[in-house]
Design a binder for this molecule. Sequence first.
Ligand code: PLP
Length: 374
Amino acid sequence: MQAYLDYAATTPMGKAALDAYQRAAQVLGNASSVHRAGQHARELLEEGRALLAEAIHAHPLEVILNSGGTEADNHVFWSVSQQFEKGHIITSSIEHSAVLAPARFLEASGRFEVTYLAPDRYGRIHPEQVKEALRNDTVLVSIMNANNEVGSVQDIRTIAEMARAKGALVHTDAVQSLGVLPVDVHLWGVDFASFSAHKFYGPTGVGMLYVRRGLELVPHMMAGHQEKGFRGGTHNVTGVYAAGVAAREAALKQPETHDRLAFLKEKLQAGLSEVEGVTFNHAPDSSPKVLSATVHGADGEALLMNLDLEGVYVSAGSACAAGTMQASHVLLALGLPEEDAKSSLRFSLGQGVTEEEIAFAVSGFKAAVSRSRF
Ligand code: PLP
């Protein structure tokens, strides 16, 4: 037996998406070709786009298809850097590196000042903080919806209202939300939002940037005629169609998934709590997908390896930072001492997880901790 509890890193493709992928992979033609084969590919592409748009309550014309969350986040910062000569940007210190890296890049250019809002101890950014940080020259506010390491969920609707009232553009990285939390870009009132199919049971390497209709977006650095010139490169018809099918399923099942994951998370937390010296970093009202635990007095790397030997697959901090075993910037921002941050694990849940797997993970955890404490 094994327990895959790393759904925030990536989700396995669902059956409907896999079937769609296989069907679409047999379709001949480039979606930009004018012959009938090309038109057929274009139909599938547009069907995928329409399904993706519907899942986030957007119009298909508001969707720029791309390779995923990193590209979507970077596109927004790139666009802002080309649209404005200078200005002020507000983001948070717990964003994914797909936001933090371009923010730092713009800051280093000397043309933009960036305010990194600090979260509370549970990873929450309060709208009042955004209000206080807004300036007359603020050009962009970029705050994620659900955090990938501690699951904190931000009040994007209120943040967007405040930012737009001041004339700033608003972006949210909603990569960890679709299928787990309610997603409605129009209700949120944001200008841009990033999504990635491999986080909602679709294929890796497919994603989208939502761009509110009527808004100016500067074309991607990767120039080309596709996506109305906003993002070059031959369309990934197969991936987009499968992503659309996955998005439809994820959105339809969202309320049920949310409640099921909340139930499993409670069970997992209860089990992990039986081990002495384990504390939790996620808020009680965090996304049910993510559980963050600190195992005091244990070596994080040893924990991960011992859990792996037990057949329990989790992350230390974010998967993107794994391999380097640096303390997670998110946990440090929450105020954890470096030593505790390095002794922390992220368990993340998804549709395929069963109660038996949770019990298996808890017993694997107990065995791994006993071998990993110094
Ligand atoms: N944003 C968040 C919050 C994420 O969790 C991730 C992936 O871990 C990304 C962006 C990057 O998405 P992608 O893997 O599609 O580039």
